[in-house]
Design a protein. Structure first.
Length: 505
């Protein structure tokens, strides 16, 4: 029963959730949260404030002790808009590493939206209809459209509650002119995606994070009920009332609380304008978020029986296909390379000794290894590395994208080495493994040298001295493919310390 920890470093607060995987289900063991306002200085000056950094590191030390006390086997620590925008983000990440040993993943707005979507689906049954998921953080607002549990589109807008409060609301209570400018800016940002979202015909709207939690609780208290659904007209009245209150008065409103009161006016304005501009009748608050998505992702990676594993695999596949179509990759050719890679990975396990997750990364590299040709045939392998390493691939972390990119990078004349830029940016342990995965991809490409599917199947025999491939070929043979495989013999010997023999059946 593995135990996982998920840490979300947001612009407004830092959150922790620890859960145990029991019979393919996550059981929450511990939760913690503290408001740190890490993004406040970023939105004002472009850099993280030293005092806010120190406060966040103090909280993360506490979180680190909690993960150790509960025996968490794996902890993922991610940061969102504040670190995406901060000029001195590396100073903070290095400080956190020195204090806790944790490596922070700074994720994009799209990956943030994807993980929150997974967190919601892992804990509800809302995937059957077309849904709009709104997550309003301190620095950004993610709008995720999904249907039948599959993401159709994610939009990330700079409409975070902390960001907007610092940019527009200088007085307490805010002046009418400030509120007008705030609403105008929100409408302008929503206007960039309004028509696209209206065409989606949303059937239900759900919201996560602290702002909708406060708004739904305030609305429920006002109505004397326990509802978590807030109608548009009610939200508009609540937003208007809140905007007229001073900070002390807002703190007294049921559901808002002392720290949320500082940013609730801007957050309520965003929700009010979203429901109005997108013609949405209401939103329903759900107490799930980024941490739940991180935990669900870790559970799916660990346990084949975890409920979201198939959905996450589908998201990854859709993302690969979208990127390959964008860069006009020959889909049939790439699919044959993927099939060869799968066969090689399974039949040569005793030779390459790669961890199981490398099969997924090798498959992605096989699907995308020709993307660089779209940019320019000259230097195409370097272009491929750049495209993969810097593209948004759902379901893959930044480090995983770099590993995939490095595998795809060395299918030409150059070979992977520790001093090559593509290899230097991956973890030290993976630098030893990448050449083995590269070799498998090169062998797969060699079997498709003529790009005509000449190799139908293969049989593999391996011992301590040699590996023998017996190729099952189609009519016409595979002379070109045999030539290409023989060219790989020297590199194969160097990596696996075995001779490579190739014959046709």
């Amino acid at each position: 029963m593995p135990i996982f920890g998920a840490v979300d470093i947001g612009a407004n607060s830092v959150r922790l959730k620890i859960a145990k995987l029991v019979r393919s289900r996550l059981v929450v063991l511990h939760e913690d949260r503290e408001v740190t306002r890490l993004g406040e200085g970023v939105f004002r000056t472009g850099v993280l404030d030293p005092e806010a950094m120190a406060n966040a590191v103090r909280v993360l030390r506490r979180f680190h002790r909690a993960t150790q006390n509960y025996g968490a086997e794996r902890v993922r620590v991610v940061a969102t808009s504040a670190l995406r925008d901060a000029q001195n983000a590396s100073a903070f990440t290095e400080w956190v590493f020195a204090a806790t040993g944790w490596r922070i993943e700074v994720i994009t707005g799209l990956e943030e939206g994807r993980l929150i979507h997974i967190g919601v689906l892992a804990n509800t049954r809302l995937g059957a209809t077309r849904m709009l998921l709104i997550d309003l953080g301190g620095g950004s607002c993610e709008l995720t459209v999904s249907s039948q549990g599959q993401i159709e589109r994610i939009y990330s807008l700079p409409l975070g509650a902390v960001r907007l409060t610092r940019d527009f609301l200088a007085n307490d209570p805010p002046k009418r002119q400030e509120l007008g400018q705030l609403r105008d800016f929100i409408r302008e940002e929503i206007g960039r995606v309004r028509e696209k979202l209206l065409r989606k015909r949303i059937s239900q709207t759900v919201a996560t994070s602290g702002t909708p939690a406060a708004l739904s609780e305030a609305w429920a208290a006002e109505q004397g009920s326990a509802t978590t659904t807030v109608p548009r007209a009610g939200l508009q009245r609540l937003t208007k009332r809140i905007s007229k209150l001073s900070l002390e008065q807002r703190r007294a409103v049921v559901g808002i609380g002392p720290r949320r009161a500082e940013i609730i006016t801007a957050g309520a304005a965003v929700f009010s304008e979203l429901l109005t501009e997108l013609d949405l009748p209401s939103f329903r608050y759900l107490p799930y978020g980024l941490r739940d998505g991180l935990l669900a992702q870790m559970a799916a990676d660990y346990d084949s029986g975890a409920g979201l594993r198939q959905r996450i695999a589908s998201e990854r596949e859709n993302s690969l296909m979208h990127l390959s179509r964008h860069y006009q990759v020959d889909a049939r050719y790439a699919e044959r390379i993927r099939v060869h890679c799968e066969r090689l990975f399974k039949s040569l396990q005793a030779v390459h000794c790669l961890p199981p997750e490398y099969q997924t990364w090798l498959d992605a590299a096989a699907a995308l290894h020709e993307t660089g040709s779209f940019i320019n045939r000259a230097g195409r392998h370097r272009h491929t590395w750049y495209v993969i390493a810097h593209s948004e691939l759902f379901g893959y972390t930044q480090q995983q994208r770099r590993i995939i990119a490095a595998i795809a990078r060395f299918v030409g004349k150059s070979r992977p080495s520790d001093d090559s830029p593509a290899v230097r940016v991956v973890p030290a342990a993976d630098r030893l493994l990448i050449p083995r995965a590269v070799m498998l991809l090169r062998l797969a490409r060699a079997m498709e040298q003529g790009r005509r599917g000449a190799v139908h199947d293969m049989k593999v025999r391996a011992n301590d001295q040699e590996v023998k491939f017996t190729l099952v070929t189609r009519a016409g043979g595979a002379e070109l493919e045999m030539w290409a495989l023989n060219k790989e013999k020297a590199m194969f010997r160097e990596i696996f310390n075995r001779e490579l023999l190739c014959v046709e059946a």
